[in-house]
Write a protein that binds this ligand. Structure first.
Ligand code: ATP
Ligand code: MG
Length: 450
């Protein structure tokens, strides 16, 4: 009774009773839910529990997008869920949920939970350190981030249960936080990043009250574990709307805290174009359902800063290859302070960068060796990107395009004459020329090969 009264009095807090939209009032149909997810909700309901498809999937279906995954929410505890299915596994230590395997699908079933309210649960900035308390469905809706992410679809009745006005916001294509924005961002600063990502992904307008505190609170991002930031950032970059999303990060003052070097890159001549071309290419691939490597993306985002530092070092007289490696290390070290790029990706990023000068070498056995390199494909794509931006000669990119598909005889005919005799004639000059070409990824020096 008191809670109901409070819910009415405190604006932004959800009312206790949901608004239930019958199938006639919305367009989401049970056929849009994969069989596995429907089977799981059915079984849970047969066992007497509540079960809904929840979150991103309902949002995407209402917005006319294709959902990535179909999460399920229930009032059954993990221990009650598990025995209902043949292949179900309880996972997670702090917050336990159940993975149900159906055919090739894995469905995530989570128990309704409430946000923890006591002081121990937050750090000194207000960040929630745990949210592992089971709760009612109302509480489960309230602890979610945005109104459009707190909708529950029951495949059996085709009803949508809405505690927070999410259906109206979907229709208005409006992204609105549940509850007071400043508190919600303090609880979890990643929500700022999610706001920008979801707005870009689904072409939504961020509600002014939801958008307003972001620039002021952007520095809370420093407080988020870098591994978590990597996960969200990866989602952002692979959303198929990375161009818009990165623009959004800049508009809302978030980019500096996430990709400390991005703003630097975007101010360099050619830097903006490089990233725009890279992201446009990535977005197109994602939308066509083709695979994209996060390593490749991070390599493109940071490349111009590497080039800048590399140039500076060679201008000081350092040898090109060691200078390149040093620049790579420095750039990755600065980046790692914010977003921790997993080691395996870091290794690939370095390989993509380090292979760029090797494309210049088109004599002898070197092109064959490069072709066999595990990371050749990504490095070659990177070369194409540099060529598309006028940073590498088109001729060089075309040569590699042809070389890959050529017959052994054709390949041999394509090889450039070995540099060895020239080197013997004038060793000093030959090395200097080669060094100049290597140190100039913008392609001026290698233009002589055109
Ligand atoms: P996507 O389709 O890109 O995966 P999503 O909204 O489904 O977007 P998930 O990370 O899969 O994103 O999260 C699933 C659901 O969990 C969200 O829809 C939301 O209800 C809830 N959620 C996720 N992150 C948060 C958060 N930081 N704070 C509160 N709720 C969250
Ligand atoms: Mg999701």
């Amino acid at each position: 009774m008191i809670r109901r009264l409070l819910a009415r009095l405190i604006p932004g807090r959800p009312a206790r009773a949901p608004r239930i939209y019958p199938p006639g009032e919305h367009a989401v149909r049970r056929e849009q839910i994969p069989r596995g997810a429907r089977m799981v909700t059915e079984k849970l309901q047969e066992a007497g529990y509540k079960a809904f498809v929840v979150g991103g999937a309902v949002r995407d279906l209402l917005l006319g997008l294709v959902p990535k995954d179909f999460d399920i929410a229930t009032d059954a505890t993990p221990e009650q869920v598990k025995p209902l299915f043949r292949r179900a596994y309880i996972i997670g230590r702090r917050f336990r949920l159940v993975h149900v395997h159906v055919g090739g699908e894995v469905l995530e079933v989570s128990t309704f939970r409430a946000a923890q309210k006591n002081d121990d649960a937050t750090d000194e900035h207000g960040r929630l350190l745990s949210d592992n308390v089971y709760g009612t469905q109302t509480e489960d809706a309230a602890r979610r981030d945005f109104t459009i992410n707190a909708l529950y679809f029951d495949p059996a009745t085709e009803e949508i249960w809405d505690y927070v006005g999410g259906v109206t916001d979907c229709r208005a294509r409006r992204l609105k936080l549940i509850g007071p924005p400043t508190t919600r961002y303090r609880e979890d600063p990643v929500r700022m990043l999610r706001a920008v990502r979801l707005a870009a992904k689904a072409s939504l307008t961020i509600d002014p009250k939801t958008a307003a505190p972001i620039p002021k609170l952007a520095n809370l991002m420093h407080n988020v574990p870098p591994a978590r930031l990597f996960d969200e950032m990866q989602k952002l970059l692979l959303s198929g709307r990375a161009t818009e999303a990165l623009q959004g990060l800049r508009t809302h003052g978030l980019s500096g805290g996430l990709l400390p070097l991005l703003d630097v890159v975007l101010e360099q001549p050619g830097g903006t174009r490089f990233i725009e071309v890279a992201l446009a290419g990535t977005d197109a691939r994602v939308r066509e359902g083709k695979p994209v490597s996060p390593a490749f993306l991070f390599a493109t985002l940071l490349w111009h800063e590497v080039v800048q530092q590399w140039h500076a070092a060679t201008a000081r007289g350092e040898r090109p290859i060691p200078a390149l490696h040093q620049a790579m290390e420095q750039v990755l070290a600065v980046q790692a302070q914010r977003i921790s790029v997993p080691r395996r990706f870091e290794a690939s990023i370095k390989e993509i960068w380090a292979m760029q000068p090797r494309f210049e070498q088109r004599a002898g056995v070197r092109p064959y060796r490069l072709l066999e390199h595990e990371r050749f494909r990504a490095a070659y794509d990177f070369l194409l990107l540099r060529a598309a931006c006028g940073e590498a000669p088109d001729d060089l990119a075309n040569w590699w395009t042809r070389f890959q598909d050529a017959s052994p005889l054709e390949r041999e005919a394509m090889l450039r004459p070995s540099e060895a005799p020239r080197k013997r004639r004038s060793r000093g000059r030959g090395r200097k020329q080669r060094d100049a070409a290597l140190a100039d990824p913008a392609g001026d020096a290698s233009g002589s090969e055109r």
